[in-house]
Design a protein around this ligand. Structure first.
Ligand code: DGL
Length: 270
């Protein structure tokens, strides 16, 4: 069993990649929607939530944990590793290194939550790449929430999402082949609306996310833990979806992005 959590539906972008890589595995996904968004809250809140969610998933008997949230990885992964030393934990971080390799202009935009961009972990990552590219950082306040709301797919939520995405892309400055030509989607919610972002950014800009590398890393970790290969094929494994908030929203999101008709279970986790 593989445990996965995020503040809400964003981690479904990682779960999509995990299922593509590890089709036969059993996944338990928790959306912490009752305590979201994480990105504009302080680190102490995110750390407390990460501990509570991990404790619950460990109680369920998971073999590996994927923290499918950049904000929670930045704020809490070191604490989780200290507190649960026997549990292999895989985190996600904005894909700055792959972006450096892909960019021709060496100008890279980074879209992420305020919490991620202000974290020490992110600052260290940025410092490790000093001189290799020029990074323009954009804290995308409200964007993860607008993506959560867009699951309702009403004209109003669509307008709100479009306006929010446009504001943040414009704030990055000129985009294009001689300008910012690579955009890092440094929050797991953003790949869910990659089509919208690509349309606004234009065809000369490439979007980079971390779903596929995280899934590969999880496959390797599972093999290491078990001493044998993970379930990469065979019949589709089970998915359990749990939500600490709006179960209907997670269910609708899973239908849309995972093509999975799974019933979401409510989870009370103070
Ligand atoms: N999906 C999360 C991330 O990757 C955070 C969204 C939020 O709750 O602000 O950072």
């Amino acid at each position: 069993m593989i445990g996965v959590f995020d503040s809400g539906i964003g981690g479904l972008s990682i779960l999509q990649a995990l299922r593509a890589e590890l089709a036969g595995e059993h996944f338990i996904y928790v959306a912490d929607s009752g305590h979201a968004p994480y990105g504009e809250r302080d680190a102490a809140h995110v750390q407390a939530r990460a501990r509570a969610l991990t404790g619950h998933l460990v109680g369920r008997g998971i073999e590996v944990l994927v923290v499918a949230c950049n904000t929670a990885t930045a704020a809490a992964i070191h604490l989780l590793r200290a507190e649960f030393p026997a549990l292999p934990i895989i985190g996600v971080e904005p894909a700055l290194k792959p972006a450096v390799a892909l960019s021709h202009s060496a100008r890279i935009g980074v879209m992420a939550t305020r919490g991620t961009l202000e974290s020490d972990k992110f600052k260290q990552l940025l410092a490790s790449l000093q001189g290799q590219a020029h990074f323009v950082l954009q804290p995308c306040d409200g964007l993860a929430l607008a993506i959560e709301r867009s699951v309702q797919a009403s004209p109003e939520t669509d307008r709100e999402l479009l306006a929010c995405a446009r504001t943040h892309l414009e704030a990055l400055g000129p985009l294009g082949s001689q300008q910012i030509d690579t955009l890092v989607l440094g929050c797991t919610h953003y790949p869910l609306v990659a089509e919208l972002l690509q349309g606004l950014a234009g065809p000369a800009v490439q979007l980079v996310d971390t779903g596929a590398p995280v899934a590969r890393q999880t496959r390797l970790k599972l093999a290491e833990v078990r001493g044998l290969a993970a379930q990469t094929d065979g019949p589709q494994g089970q998915i359990e979806l749990l939500s600490t908030g709006d179960a209907a929203a997670l269910q609708a999101a899973a239908r849309r992005w995972l093509q999975a008709g799974v019933t979401v279970q409510p989870l009370q986790l103070p």
